[in-house]
Ligand binder design. Sequence first.
Ligand SMILES: Cc1cc2nc3c(=O)[nH]c(=O)nc-3n(C[C@H](O)[C@H](O)[C@H](O)COP(=O)(O)O)c2cc1C
Length: 366
Amino acid sequence: MTSALFSPIRLADLELANRIVVSPMCQYSADDGVASEWHINHLGMLANSGAALVVAEATGIERRGRITHGCLGLYSDDCEAALARVVAHCRRYGTAKLGIQLAHAGRKASARRPWEGSQPLSPAEDPWQTIAPSAVPFGPEWPVPRAMTAADMERVRDAFVAAARRAVRAGIDATELHGAHGYLLHSFVSPISNKRDDEYGGTLAARMRYPLEIARAVRAAIPKGMPLGARITGSDWVEGGLTPDDAVAFAGALKAAGLDFVCISSGGISAASGPTLVAGTNVQFAEKVRREAGIATRTVGLIATPRQAEAIVAEGKADMVALARAMLDDPHWGWHAAQVLGAEVVRPPQYQRAAPKVWAGASYRD
Ligand SMILES: Cc1cc2nc3c(=O)[nH]c(=O)nc-3n(C[C@H](O)[C@H](O)[C@H](O)COP(=O)(O)O)c2cc1C
């Protein structure tokens, strides 16, 4: 049996051994953006998950672009040095390539960690002024962000470029921009959060303008052969919000800007936005984007079993799958998927005496 999930894929000059990606996951465990021992532990563990690519969490390109006080950042020499240490550790002991998600939380910044409630920081918790395309809050309990001026936009664009350069210096293999989940770039594209009446608001083309400027600037700043992608939204799940057709248009424009892949997620644009993570929902959006925009496409969301992941890739619905919670639950998910699908996966020499032989043909998980 030949597995589609375990077939290689090339993104720009980067060869990935299979189609499995560890989705970016905030750890809220950094100190002023600086990675900690937790990141060594977390990313080091997932670098041996069997996934070809591990994408480090949403990483703030400026201090106020972090979601919480604990979010990872890439805006200082200390941030860069700590990230380089994590990358070196993962490369030395793990088998995966390493990506990073560059992000600005926009109007969803200045919040508590999830285990502290995810609500906006109170005055006693050292909150900060958030910025957004328009002075429209995320929800009724949320602070009103300041609408970005031309100077803000220039500064944030330059900060994306500077962070991307830092990521390259730190040894990262692939970079992606966070353009989903209601954070800054998504909030420019979505009509729910972008009410501007200048050249950055109004039509879809105008709303995409700023994220595309950032994409082009980052593309020009990193090596040509290094993959650059973006996570974008397949649907806002709100009346009047972004639709799958908009995702196709945005993905096509990102491709024209020189991006190598997109990851299709959805939701998060406002506190009122709908349901919505139902297994396979984002897969439909990804299939449409892949077919109509013609760009390498990843998808994410409630992908949990090897056969489910295999079917998504084998049926041409996406080129890659990203897994988040299933990887936390089973940090050797890729090893076990290889066993189920009759494929091979590279293990570090210290662990070579583990599966598949010890399982003697028994299926770990179906
Ligand atoms: C602990 C945790 C942290 C997350 N942090 C991020 C993040 O930094 N960037 C992002 O784009 N998505 C983030 N997500 C969303 C996941 O990447 C993924 O899209 C979502 O969990 C759905 O996939 P799953 O069903 O495989 O968990 C996070 C999810 C979890 C569980």
